[in-house]
Write a protein that binds this ligand. Structure first.
Ligand code: CTP
Ligand code: CA
Length: 224
């Protein structure tokens, strides 16, 4: 008897994913954000579900929609909200993949009224947000923890440092230099670097194919 479900390599696994940008409020009508589209994280979520996993996708503000019985989408706005949503799910998951472009800094104070135009310059004081990925690295148990690294110089060295510092099992280095890679595109060029410092570069691929490559690596490691 052919049971197709038995061929699903992530059946019974729970996967937590972050995607998209975060918006950090300046005043009631303005924010600091970035150009992340969320496409990579959404592709990872869809691939995980297709491979049989139960998925929690914590997403910052994006225009993408996902309606899948195995994917629970949790919509957040700020880095702090993303931190809270991620920590609410982390304990019960087997794999966590953090692809969101989280703001590193946020306005220290949020003006309660719209800031009025006044002087020729305006100075905002920013404070660091919590590093969600690093916080998971600190409490990690059995979870397979994956981060992304966006670098423009000394790519490999910086990515390896992040892998180590944040206690990751795998880091996905995103090459912005290459054509067809990056924030708004449907393609990406990545290099996978694992805990044992093995470096595997991939050619430019669709984000769905990149998601597949990431899970192929993870599934191999889980079976090893
Ligand atoms: N990340 C996170 N929370 C933050 C900042 C980053 O979870 N507050 C995660 C990202 O989702 C990504 C990884 O950390 O998986 C690396 O993000 P990146 O911006 O490349 O590195 P940073 O550690 O923020 O360092 P820098 O921006 O200075 O390179
Ligand atoms: Ca950053």
């Amino acid at each position: 008897e052919a049971d197709i479900a038995k061929t699903l390599p992530l059946r019974g696994k729970k996967v937590l994913i972050t995607a998209g940008p975060t918006y950090e409020a300046i005043d009631p009508v303005r924010f600091i954000g970035n150009h992340s589209s969320g496409k990579m994280g959404f592709a990872i979520a869809e691939t995980a579900a297709r491979l049989g996993a139960e998925v929690v996708l914590v997403s910052g503000p994006v225009s993408l929609k996902l309606d899948h019985p195995q994917i629970k989408v949790v919509s957040v706005t700020s880095a702090q909200q993303m931190y809270d949503a991620v920590h609410a799910s982390f304990e019960g998951v087997d794999i966590a993949i953090l692809s969101a472009a989280v703001a590193d800094y946020r306005p220290k104070d949020i003006a309660s009224e719209k800031i009025k135009k006044k002087d020729t310059t305006l100075t905002l004081t920013l404070e660091k947000t919590k590093d969600i990925l690093a916080s998971l690295g600190e409490i990690k148990g059995k979870q397979f923890l994956v981060g992304f690294a966006l670098e423009t110089e000394n790519e490999l060295e910086h990515a390896k440092t992040k892998l180590k510092k944040k206690n990751l099992d795998l880091i996905v280095l995103n090459s912005l230099k290459d054509k067809g890679a990056g924030f708004k595109t449907d393609t990406n060029k990545v290099t996978l670097i694992s805990k044992d410092n093995k470096v595997v570069p991939f050619p430019v691929k669709t984000k769905a194919e990149v998601a597949n490559d990431i899970f192929t690596h993870i599934i191999n490691k889980l079976h090893a």
